[in-house]
Design a protein around this ligand. Structure first.
Ligand code: GRF
Length: 199
């Protein structure tokens, strides 16, 4: 039996970070495997990306659950447990998770955020970095806690902000770094989980 850590990835859209994790996990010595990709939106393009890569992927549409966020999350949680997932990675999951879900996966829930936290939590990070006149920007992988984008940092990658940069150009430069950073941080987290198994 494989000792690889089983990872569930939650997406809402394009899924390029998810795809980067799937690619990284192809390496025989990578300590994690992508067991399941779930989306809260049925039209997330990333679902097809995952399917083409041979990874189990489907949507749990949030709409039938209405305002009952936790009921939707209980359905997500049930699928993750069923798939034997030990580590959950948020990858462009555009829904704030309830305290119930965050606590259910405490220490097992990672997020990638497109800024150098603690700068620019929340949305529109690239525009805000430009407006602030910063010279560097980047991305952060962190453990998820109840407070938004505020959990312990696992890793960061920096990019320069260049003269005349647009939001799109900066976002594209950061995204390249996101893909490598997330793969490295998931490997680090997975090795820690493996070590805890034998401790
Ligand atoms: C990424 O920039 C990620 O940092 C942010 O949302 C974007 C998702 O992109 N949370 P993708 O769906 O992984 O391509």
């Amino acid at each position: 039996m494989s000792d690889k850590v089983r990872v569930g990835v939650l997406i809402s859209g394009r899924g390029s970070n998810m795809e980067a994790l799937v690619e990284a996990a192809r390496a025989p010595d990578y300590p994690a495997e992508i067991a399941l990709v779930l989306s809260n939106r049925i039209d997330a393009p990333g679902l097809q990306v995952a399917e083409r890569a041979g990874v189990a992927a489907f949507a749990i549409d949030q709409r039938p659950f209405g305002k009952d966020r936790e009921a939707h999350e209980r359905a997500v949680d049930a699928e993750l447990r069923e798939a034997g997932v030990e580590l959950v990675c948020l990858a462009g999951y555009m829904r704030i998770l309830s305290p119930w879900f965050v606590n259910a996966w405490a220490g097992r829930l990672l997020n990638i955020h497109p800024s150098l936290l603690p700068h620019f939590p929340g949305t529109d990070t690239h525009a805000r970095a430009l407006a602030a006149g910063h010279q560097t920007h980047g991305c952060t992988v962190h453990w998820v806690i109840e407070a938004l984008d505020a959990g312990p940092i696992v890793g960061q990658a920096q990019v320069p902000i260049l003269e005349g940069d647009t939001e799109e150009a900066l976002a594209a430069r950061v995204l390249v770094e996101e893909h490598g950073l997330y793969a490295r941080c998931v490997a680090e987290a997975a090795r820690r989980i493996q070590a805890e198994r034998t401790a």
